[in-house]
Design a protein around this ligand. Sequence first.
Ligand SMILES: [Zn+2]
Length: 723
Amino acid sequence: MSHLDNDHRQIFRNLFYPERERHLDIEKWVAYCARAGATSVALDIKTQAYALYDSKLIQKDPAIGKRDFAAELAEAARRHGVKWCAYIPPYQHESLRDKGRAWQERLEDGSIAAEKGSGFMKTSFCWNSPYLVLFCSILKEIASKYRPDGFYLDGMRYHGAGDHLTCYCDYCRDRFRKEYGLSLPSKKNGAENYARSMVLFLKARKKWIADATRAVRNAVDSVDPEITLYLNNKYGGGDWANSNGPEAFAPIDYICREVIPSVVRGSLLYATYGFSAGDLFMWECAAQRAGKQGKPCQLYVSLQPVMRAEDIRLTVDLACAVGAQFTMQERRSDSGVMLKRIKVMEPYLKDIQPLADIAIHYAESSQLAYYRPHAGGNNNFLREPAGLYKTFLDLHRPAELVTDADLAAGDYRGAKLLVLPNSAVLPKVSQEKIIAHLDRGGSLIASMASGTMDEFGGKITNKLVYENSGLTLAGPVTTRKPFYMIEEKGRLIFEEKVSAHPAQYLVFKEGSVKEWLGEDISVGDHPEPVEEREIFQLHDRPSVYLPAEALQITADRNWKVLASIRYRDDASGKWKESPGIVSRRVGRGKMIYVAFQCGSLFMERSLWQDIGYAWSRHLIEHLIDTAIGPARVKVEAPACVKVAYWKQDDKTLIHLVNELSGFHPAVPLEERLPVAVKVQFPRADFKSVKLAIGDQAWLSAKTRGGWQVSCREFRDRALIICE
Ligand SMILES: [Zn+2]
């Protein structure tokens, strides 16, 4: 337990600028927060430059004179019956710039990373330098003198992007050599050497941050082990250079994400990948949960007067749906209204655990293995789990992300189905846990090169997923680029048989096209000859165009081919076929293997145009149903309704949040449009079903098979409780 567990109504204020500090009446501010309904407050106790308290270790901010903000905040919080949290920016401290020159994060050329660029803050201290000891002493000083309920740590990580990463300081150079026997990655050492040392460097950075968060925890624990630690981070953003991960989060109580639908609207991710603001919110919070074995995260939002109230209501509704602690930096008059909206939900946010039918592997080791620094840039590897997550969200099926460490521990959050989206790096211990899961009757869907690589991306085996799976990787599917006609030596050459590019189709062997894609897409007895690339299928067999990366494989006789990949081979120019989707029984369980990137079908607009978003979704839905059958709780609602599933004691909680707006999705939300929703519950699973929260008119009915709750004009949020 920690002091700020189940603390869902928090008001936050960042200071830093002297004009904010000079006129701040802490007593009045805390009184205001308490009146608005906050249960805790957070304020800078040290800034990026100075201490705002009487410190023996660091210089006090000259702007606040003799005042001690920590003492004032602690006293005001006590008087008004709220808890308090000290906001701390961990790696910056401008007043230590001269003294801490040797502690600064460095780039490969030895320059000080924070001095690059136009930012006015010029410090960013390295966690391998003696700064860590000083930082721990600062936290200990604050903890023992003022007894805060929590520390909000605004990021502990290494910096940089692309090939310009920190840290190349002397402390890091020495430590890397000691721990890995290598010098830090440098292109001067040759491409192969660089790639190898880069993978280790990226792992080392995570490990070093984990050591630093452990040191922070120990320092705080020496005063009060129940002080809550928050850590702001960008885990789940798909950035291979991210130095935060589950190991660094272990000593932290809550990890924090900044994601607000109003800001997400119109963002690049949103525009490129077709995630709605709510989808992106759900995905980012799911990644945060994955970093803490399913524990809900904290959510920081900055609320300005220009924001539409409905946008904030949507944020609050989504935050409650993902079980997040809500902390708001606000400059508005309606905070009390928002906090009330959270308060009624609070009993259902207490000590909840995620409920999942499906666990998706968020495969960080595999991502690093696919990273090729000499080939430049980032990779798109993590788009695969993101695409699948979005599909399951659209299908209203409860899915959680699981990490490499979870796989090694066999922790799939109780899910029946584990999905391995190209989990190329699959250590033996994880393979054994997967086989045990199958033996017990669990299901698995694996795709692409799962289980075939070492951590550096080197191929270690042709056996897919695990040694005796009966599946062998034969190589990539490469197709011949088609042409209508080309000019050669001054004359035109025509090619008659033109196919799509890639010339690659998924041919269904089991089940009809309608079962796979939700509709029959054949053009029937159309009199006009149509090309395969126009109808997105082969003329003479039940099939669909497959514009995703794919592999050639062989499957032994234990496997049943559900669909094959038919493609025009680049080398021979001839049509070839290779198993595309195969299934078999393993023990009491079912295993499905997919020889193409299926999540990517949802992650690129060009791919939706080719195969169709709805077809891709149906294809995945059919796979899920084949693996574990249809959902027990059936939610009939459009994809604008986000559904979140939780366990609280022996109750099942189902949150529904509607985000439908009448405007272009990038326009700020002014009102939500009502949609019809129907949820059906099987009698065999639940004794009772009731609507706990819901502003619109809901109908409950007993049906032959169980219960049904429905709303014809569902506008914003609802919570259903099943026992
Ligand atoms: Zn360093």
